[in-house]
Design a protein around this ligand. Structure first.
Ligand code: SAH
Length: 213
């Protein structure tokens, strides 16, 4: 796999598009410029890597739209060294963007094939995440609590177990709702019984499913 000047040029154009759609956080735009999205695409889709769209990957899943990756990352309000849990590794693209921001990343995927390919790819690119094959609804109690939790699949309701694994002051970002459309929610944990809820509009994600494949 190579990252040519042509790829870099196309990536620059994509970042402009994402910026024009309202993402002004320079840190996020800069790191997205560092991640070659074409490495994360399924065979046959590499040419479309620098379009601002979601595309199919293995196991009937999708690589998220770059705007959505930037938007969710922005809502997380990332600080360097944050301990972050991602649910839905998928292609590994969102994981790479988070690690470029300097977080310590834990990521869970329930599809064995995607778990295998994204684990290998991230390693090959020099990233060092903790990748897990399992059901994200359970989180990772052994490694909890987390500063931030990001769900990248549409959950019918807020997974309670994940809220428990959030630090006080921590943030969970997730698309919540039925299969056809979800609301982007940000939850800030004030203390064990008090949470602040914010809403950021409609998105469409593949569903968050229970168990493993
Ligand atoms: N972050 C990914 C988005 C992939 S789409 C990317 O950047 O490409 C969402 C992913 O969530 C899919 O790969 C799907 O298999 C996974 N998923 C769905 N339910 C899950 C669950 N309960 N636990 C872990 N992963 C899950």
């Amino acid at each position: 796999m190579i990252d040519t000047y042509r790829h870099k040029g196309l990536r620059k154009q994509l970042i402009e598009i994402v910026k024009n759609k309202g993402i002004t956080d320079e840190r996020i735009l800069n790191v997205m410029m560092n991640v070659p999205r074409h490495f994360f695409m399924a065979k046959g889709f590499e040419e479309r890597a620098y379009q601002d769209n979601a595309f199919p990957i293995a196991a009937d899943q999708t690589i998220s739209q770059p705007f959505t990756v930037a938007f969710q990352t922005h809502l997380l309000n990332i600080s360097i060294d944050d301990k972050v849990l991602e649910i839905g590794t998928g292609s590994g693209y969102q994981a790479a963007v988070l690690m470029e921001l300097g977080v310590k990343l834990f990521t869970i995927e329930r599809q064995r094939e995607l778990f295998n390919t994204s684990t290998m790819l991230l390693k090959k690119l020099g990233y060092n995440p903790f990748t897990y094959y399992g059901d994200g609804y359970k989180g990772l109690p052994t490694y909890a609590p987390f500063d931030k939790i990001l769900i990248t699949a549409g959950a019918p309701s807020i997974p309670e177990e994940l809220l428990k694994q959030l630090k006080t002051g921590g943030i969970l970002v997730a698309p919540i709702g039925p299969r056809n459309t979800q609301e982007m929610i940000r939850i800030t944990k004030i203390d064990d019984t008090k949470y602040k809820h914010e809403s950021f509009g409609k998105f469409v994600f593949v569903p968050m499913l229970k168990g493993t494949d």
